[in-house]
Design a protein around this ligand. Structure first.
Ligand code: SF4
Length: 375
């Protein structure tokens, strides 16, 4: 690895001119880098509820559960969910035998609900076909529901201490800055993965600790904004730090504006009951109970009310909720309706007592709408 100074800057310029260059990382550089990272980890590791303390063996069930929850979700958001899941379902056999609706309800608010459906499917496979023992082979892990390239690598390294190339957003950021990678994301992911592989592929020295150490450095030192470079264990050789441009990395391609969609969300009451809809298993928020909604359309002028409301007198909506999904933004006008006892509905709808709503667990978009109801 080049050191800071004239030669270092010359190489940096070369790197900028040569997009997609993955420079050779010597064995000596790998060992030096890993030693600094692991020494830092021994002093500054985060204590997380799914993580084994120093000297303890990791619990694969906890590692798997946390890694599924952490997909697209922050550590702070995941902690309370992880704790209530392991309290309710302390091992994979118990989770496998759980009621699917209970799992979806416990997951409510964490988002990306396909994860919860796959979580249950995966627990059943591990319980039935693997006698409750998660496999450590990466290909075998990837054959399980909900486990892809990143999650299999993370489970293999953290739960089983086996070398694997783990690349989450934190590790990407450290690699992008350490090597001042100018290739813009998302295309530049390949380059960042190649660098991450250079430091981890086949290296037996504490693979689990190394992966978690890099994650911790990315989360607590090499933060997206205002990184604490002065306290970073690898600042001596970090190119972005040497250039004084740490925050400029990783370079990101300009984001396209998200399309917007529109619709109505209904708070339908009858006496002390509220009408809820179980959403279809497939699709967004699939399998979750929520407030009934109309179709979500691209053109606001084409919004129309839900057929099931038929002849019901529908009042004007005066408030709306906004929610950002991965691929679009949603604006739902909130409509509150009281219906009579002869109101008809199909089997996807059910009445719930208003007092029980808090136990059901709504996806966030419905919770926002429900909180706007008149009380
Ligand atoms: Fe990140 Fe700064 Fe460390 Fe470089 S020196 S890896 S930019 S925290």
């Amino acid at each position: 690895m080049p050191r800071k100074g004239v030669a270092f800057h010359a190489l940096v310029c070369y790197h900028f001119l040569m997009n997609s260059t993955v420079e050779h990382v010597s064995t000596e550089d790998v060992h030096a880098f890993r030693k600094k990272i692991l020494d830092w980890y021994d002093k500054h590791r985060r204590v997380l509820p799914w993580r084994a303390l120093k000297g303890e063996e990791p619990v694969p069930y906890h590692v798997w559960l946390s890694e599924i929850m952490l997909q697209q979700t922050t550590v702070q958001a995941v902690i309370p969910y992880f704790l209530k899941f392991v309290k309710k379902w302390p091992d994979v056999h118990v989770l496998a035998n759980a009621d699917n609706e209970a799992i979806m309800s416990y997951w409510a608010g964490l988002g990306y609900y396909a994860r919860a459906r796959n979580l249950h499917k995966c627990a059943k496979v591990v319980s039935d076909e693997y006698d409750g023992q998660f496999p450590s082979d990466q290909k075998e892990l990837q054959s399980l529901p909900g486990i892809g390239d990143y999650t299999s690598a993370a489970i293999r390294s953290i739960a089983f201490n086996k070398p694997s190339v783990v690349v989450d957003g934190n590790i990407e950021r450290v690699m992008a800055r350490y090597h001042a990678v100018s290739d813009a994301l998302p295309k530049g992911k390949k380059v960042l993965k190649a660098y991450a592989a250079a430091y981890s592929e086949g290296v037996e020295d504490r693979p689990g600790d190394y992966a978690q150490a890099l994650m911790d450095i990315g989360a607590t030192v090499c933060t997206p904004k205002s990184p604490s470079c002065a306290f970073c264990p690898v600042n001596d050789d970090c190119r972005a730090y040497g250039l004084g441009t740490a925050e400029a990395f990783p370079v990101k391609a300009a984001k396209k504006a998200k399309p917007k969609r529109y619709g109505y969300v209904y708070i339908v009451k009858q006496d002390d009951k509220i009408l809820l809809q179980k959403r279809e298993e497939r699709g967004l928020l699939g399998g979750m109970f929520g407030l009934p909604t109309s179709d979500w359309v691209d053109d606001k002028a084409e919004q129309h009310h839900l057929d099931v409301l038929g002849e019901t007198n529908i009042p004007e909506s005066t408030v709306a909720v906004y929610h950002v999904f991965t691929h679009f933004e949603l604006e739902l006008n909130v409509v509150e309706i009281t219906v009579s006892n002869d109101f008809c509905y199909d089997e996807s709808y059910s009445w719930f007592s208003l007092a029980s709503v808090d136990q059901i667990g709504f996806p966030t978009v419905f919770k926002k709408a429900y909180d706007l109801r008149s009380k």
